[in-house]
Design a protein around this ligand. Structure first.
Ligand code: HEC
Length: 444
């Protein structure tokens, strides 16, 4: 892989964040978790609807359950969409350039989200409202449900691929559209992790949903009773959570190592502990017959919520540290661009015939003269002082300018200038000549 200095990082927008960065990050994590909870319920619900409807061909109770679940999917999908606005805005503000670059690179698929979501919603509603009308065309009805569920499987994949692409600026030059972005490390493990999480959370949600007091389980179902439902939904949730133990480590090991830290591993391990605890309780709920239903359901729910928080926060910690280097580079590009702009403004204001001025002088006047004067301290040391240090060593000036050190504590640090070597040599030569030669009139 090319060194990070060669990565095609665009420059940032030189505007301050509209609010405190920690506040925005907290909003991002919390709002995202709210959003993804309902996305999970939407995806898991639409999958279980279809599966239950298929099972319902042999066991009619499952058709009854499927119909009730279908009723929750449309509500959860509306909540998912509304709650998606917040995290989308937060990510726009915090990761502007990364986010937009990823959007541009996956262009077609990214834009396709809008028609795909529209179509998925229409299919889901069609499925929900034709339960009776298509009673004699069950196959068609199930096909409607499958088409909707299928789209709900594709849409999160596009989002996920995009957000994953943000983390790989080093690969941006090779990525050509959505399909090639799918091949980046981490896309598939993350996706399966997401799918199993969806089923696990939906299982718990449906447990609460069907076992709530007032739910007419006894009158609507023939074979399944409350105990049976409890086993069924804990079983689904437990099975899916157990799969997470498989996909979770796969996600972790396919993440590029440079964002990894002990802190992150601590956060994730905490999540794993909560998940294992919840799994243990679920197992007991399934195997140990209890007189009263749901004595532990609330605790299990809290544990799963804490797991989700730990994982969601861990995801954010990873992204922040993975992008740190890129951020620094992007800030440097932004600053360079700022200097170039002020240089251009200076040329314009002074009406300089740029081409007749030697490059060293031109760059000095436009980029260095703001802080360095001939024989007095402006912001940085005078040229006389600098020439004293680097008399026969223009390379030393060039090296310092590319990567300034810290010497004079009474002065602010000097910003680095990523000028190319030829330019740096020219400036350095000019600065030394200017002190050594017949003193030119002090300009600017
Ligand atoms: C924003 C102000 C600023 C600009 C612009 C600036 N410098 Fe500096 N420069 C400083 C300061 C401040 C120091 C002293 C830093 C220190 O000693 O810690 C410094 C120190 C230096 C030194 C002395 C290094 C040493 O070993 O003591 C050199 C050489 C130098 N600058 C070259 C340049 C060149 C070349 C440019 C233009 C490409 C430039 N500077 C632009 C602020 C600036």
């Amino acid at each position: 892989m090319a060194s990070i200095a060669d990565w095609p990082l665009p420059r940032d927008i030189p505007l301050p964040l509209p609010a405190d960065s920690i506040l925005l990050q907290t909003l991002l994590v919390v709002l995202f978790l709210w959003h993804i909870l309902f996305v999970n319920l939407m995806v898991g619900g639409s999958l279980l609807t279809v599966v239950f409807q298929l099972i319902g061909r042999q066991r009619p109770d499952f058709t009854v359950l499927a119909r009730a679940i279908a009723g929750t999917v449309t509500v959860n999908k509306s909540l998912a969409v509304v709650l998606g606005v917040g995290p989308l805005l937060a990510i726009n503000v915090l990761y502007t350039v990364y986010f937009y670059t990823a959007n541009a690179l996956t262009g077609g698929a990214w834009l396709a989200i809008v028609p795909l979501v529209t179509l998925a919603f229409l299919l889901t509603y069609a499925h929900k409202y034709t339960w009776d009308r298509l009673a004699n065309a069950r196959g068609l009805h199930i096909a409607l449900g499958m088409a909707g569920a299928g789209l709900f499987l594709v849409i999160p994949l596009i989002f996920l691929t995009n957000i994953n692409l943000m983390l790989f600026p080093g690969r941006w030059l090779q990525v050509e559209g959505f399909l090639s972005a799918l091949l980046l490390p981490n896309v598939w493990p993350r996706y399966f992790h997401f799918l199993t999480a969806s089923v696990a959370i939906t299982g718990l949600f449906l447990l609460f949903f069907f076992l709530r007091s007032g739910c007419p389980v006894e009158t609507k179902l023939r074979d399944l009773d409350r105990a049976g439902l409890r086993r069924l939904f804990y079983g689904i949730s437990l099975g899916a959570t157990a799969l997470q133990l498989l996909f979770g480590p796969w996600v972790l090991f396919t993440l590029p190592g440079h964002g990894m830290s002990w802190y992150l591993i601590g956060v994730i391990s905490t999540g794993v502990v909560f998940a294992l605890w919840a799994m243990h309780l679920m197992w007991r709920e399934i195997t140990v017959p209890l007189a009263r239903a749901m004595p532990r359901a609330a605790l299990i729910f809290v544990l799963i919520t804490l797991t989700a928080f730990a994982m969601g926060y861990g995801r954010h910690v990873y992204r922040e540290s993975a992008l740190q280097e890129h951020r620094a580079l992007m800030a440097a590009h932004t600053q360079d661009a700022g200097w170039l702009a002020s240089a251009a403004a200076w040329r314009e204001a002074t009406g300089q015939q740029v081409l007749r001025i030697p490059m060293g002088q031109r760059v000095f006047e436009s980029t260095c003269a703001a802080c360095h004067a001939q024989d007095r301290v402006l912001v940085g040391p005078s040229l006389v002082e600098i020439a004293g240090i680097y008399r026969d060593d223009p390379g030393g000036i060039a090296a310092w300018t590319r990567q300034p050190g810290r010497k004079r504590t009474e002065m602010p640090p000097m910003p680095a200038f990523r000028l190319d070597n030829e330019t740096l040599q020219a400036v350095a030569g000019y600065m030394l000549e200017r002190v050594a030669g017949p003193a030119p009139t002090e300009g600017g």
